[in-house]
Design a protein around this ligand. Structure first.
Ligand SMILES: [Ca+2]
Ligand SMILES: [Ca+2]
Ligand SMILES: [Ca+2]
Ligand SMILES: [Ca+2]
Length: 638
């Protein structure tokens, strides 16, 4: 049976600062989530990221009921093992850091997928490199495509953790800054004498010329560092984005590293754009108040406030456990003006919470931007959204205005890797997106937040024609509309009993189409079969034949088929799955539609089946990802 158990342990990153989360190097423990719909793991990772704010500064936020209906379709699948050009068959791909930007400047967001390698023990491997992959949105075929010439020109990376895109207005080139941290010790045995050293890695600034399609690189200082956070904005007034490179001090045994003529640093610096289309490195001092030990910065942004002062807003982890505002005193120095702690609820195993992302956006729609920060526990589980006002250098916590979803949970992927705020979306309201590696359409939790009833709260999601397995969703602008792209793992490959998933399927997720947009299959929808029908649904394979899964009643009205809420049942899962049913019938009695069904006994597994058949015969349902079982429905008129 070709089925995906999706047992990947995602996001085991950045444990070096605190060997505590899986201290004995043992495998994470697998368990079933509270609602029984997916597996969860104890033991988690750290923070890649970047953030986005929309361009307008004011908006009128409507107090709409915040149920977002999302329908989707596949827009491409890619084998990232092949595309990474890492040929070691014993390693799997971890698409650790993905970001979006309109790289070829054609008006549609593209994706850049950073990749690192993990072995069958879920450990990052020294001296293994992978290429990132750029997926261009092709608006003619409405799918993502790879450009082979672009792929050829991209550099090999170690562990890309932060990616930032911008356009250089002086020469029109797209700039992609990729902060590479190098080897990550997550999952390693810290008591071992043979622990590999952390050596950091070279950062890259890739350019893309939209007029020629050529990729090149701007030379950065030959320097290895562990770039945990990256703040990017123009800080020297030439409109070209500058980079505040914030490094964690993890290069402890430089004598064991092969820098190959490069330098290394554990310090922070800014790369200021210069007149020669290059960048000058300036070391910076971050002056904290009242600390004997410097915080480890894990996330941050640079902003210019309404008084034209430049600030760094930095999130930290042990030691530090706070968000800091630091004001720029000079080209080389920033001084703390304010600090707010992470809440105690995010402490776990005696360690304080850790900040994965900071965002500056007007999420409450009053015309003034707030600071939004995401916090997880030190083993990268759970999710806490901190909302702060920021004025004259002072942060003020107003997290009482947030309805929290799942703080301090044990689910290893349920933390926000990225935060995005989009003021204008295809759903007609602003949406804050918490991007993470867990199943983001999960009804009980919610990954999308709206400002409703004077609070930032998780929006209820109704997914149509989409599987629950979609993870890692990003808001993207395509055809001037902000929609989402989500991903699903497939392409299972077994190595020593361990499963790697080399292929990702991408889904474009939009509001459901209006009736006028719906394709009419065959001929006109017809009312000649209207009435009430008893239905039974079966699963089928050639060996075991048909097995009854459930049943109920269907009402057909003007050719539209609706499953009645009463008297319906499903032996293999929640009967609410019937809410995903849509179907219609034409004048010749041909039924077309789809439904998500659980189809295994004693296991949580569901797929979306596309339904086709005559109303008086078996109406067959097929899923592109399930080739062992089919389902069929039988209808009998009452
Ligand atoms: Ca594009
Ligand atoms: Ca680096
Ligand atoms: Ca600049
Ligand atoms: Ca505001």
């Amino acid at each position: 049976m070709k089925k995906l158990f999706l047992l990947l342990i995602l996001s085991l990153f950045s444990i070096q600062g605190y060997a505590g989360s899986c201290p004995d190097g043992s495998d994470p423990v697998k368990s079933i989530s509270d609602d029984g719909t997916y597996f969860v793991y104890k033991c988690g990772g750290s923070a890649p990221s970047s953030s986005e704010t929309s361009k307008k500064t004011t908006t009128s936020v409507k107090a709409k009921p915040s149920k977002l209906e999302i329908s989707g379709k596949s827009v491409g699948q890619f084998n990232f093992k092949k595309l990474s050009e890492n040929s070691n068959p014993n390693l799997g791909m971890f698409t650790i850091e993905i970001n979006k930007f309109d790289i070829n400047q054609d008006g549609h967001d593209d994706l850049i997928v950073g990749i690192t390698t993990f072995n069958t023990d879920d450990r990052n491997q020294p001296n293994e490199f992978s290429k990132p992959v750029i997926l261009f949105w092709d608006n003619n075929i409405k799918e993502y495509v790879v450009d082979e010439d672009v792929q050829k020109a991209l550099p090999f990376l170690y562990f890309p953790r932060r990616i930032h895109g911008s356009i250089n207005p002086k020469n029109g080139l797209t700039h992609l800054f990729i902060a590479d941290t190098g080897f990550d010790l997550a999952g390693y045995d810290f008591s071992s004498a043979n622990l590999p050293p952390n050596c950091g890695a070279q950062n890259h600034l890739i350019t893309y010329d939209p007029s020629s399609g050529k990729v090149a690189e701007v030379k950065l200082p030959k320097l290895w560092d562990y770039t945990h956070a990256l703040a990017a904005t123009d800080m020297n007034g030439d409109q070209i984005t500058d980079y505040v490179v914030l490094n964690s001090p993890y290069i402890k045994y430089p004598q064991k590293c092969l820098f190959n003529g490069a330098d290394y640093t554990n310090g922070n610096y800014i790369l200021y754009s210069n007149k020669n289309s290059g960048f000058d490195k300036v070391n910076i001092n971050l002056n904290y108040k009242g600390y004997s030990k410097t915080p480890t910065i894990t996330s941050g942004i640079a902003i210019v406030d309404e008084n034209n002062d430049t600030f760094l807003l930095l999130g930290s982890e042990d030691p530090g456990d706070s968000i800091y505002a630091l004001k720029k005193d000079s080209k080389t120095s920033f001084t703390e003006t304010s600090r707010i702690n992470a809440p105690a609820i995010m402490r776990s195993d005696g360690r304080s919470g850790a900040y994965s992302e900071v965002l500056y956006a007007d999420v409450d729609g009053d015309g003034t931007k707030e600071v939004v920060a995401s916090i997880n526990t030190s083993n990268w589980t759970g999710r806490y959204i901190q909302l702060l006002d920021f004025s004259n250098g002072e942060l003020r916590d107003r997290s009482e205005d947030v309805v929290q979803s799942n703080p301090a949970s044990e689910d290893s992927n349920d933390w926000c890797r990225h935060l995005y705020f989009n003021e204008q979306t295809s759903w007609g309201q602003p949406i804050l997106t918490c991007n993470n590696g867990t199943y983001q359409l999960d009804k009980g939790r919610g990954s999308l937040y709206t400002w409703t009833d004077n609070k930032l709260q998780p929006a209820k999601i109704k997914a149509i024609n989409l599987t629950n397995w979609i993870r890692s969703i990003y808001p993207v602008t395509i055809d001037q509309k902000t929609v989402f792209v989500g991903q699903e793992l497939t392409g299972q490959r077994k190595v020593n009993g361990h499963s790697f998933y080399d292929v990702k399927v991408f889904y474009l997720m939009k509001p459901p189409m209006s009736e006028a947009e719906l394709p009419v299959v065959g001929s006109e929808i017809s009312n000649s079969f209207d009435g009430r029908y008893r239905f039974d649904v079966f699963r089928h394979n050639d060996d075991e034949g048909a097995m009854l899964l459930g049943g109920g009643y269907i009402e057909i009205k003007n050719g539209e088929m609706i499953i009645e809420k009463d008297k319906r049942y499903l032996k293999t899962g929640p009967k609410d799955l019937y809410d995903t049913f849509s179907g219609q019938i034409n004048e010749k009695g041909k039924v077309s539609g789809s439904v998500e069904l659980a189809y295994l006994f004693g296991k949580d597994r569901s797929e979306v089946f596309t339904l086709n058949g005559q109303i008086d015969k078996k109406i067959w349902g097929d899923s592109p990802r399930e080739d062992f079982f089919r389902v069929h429905m039988l209808l009998v008129k009452e």
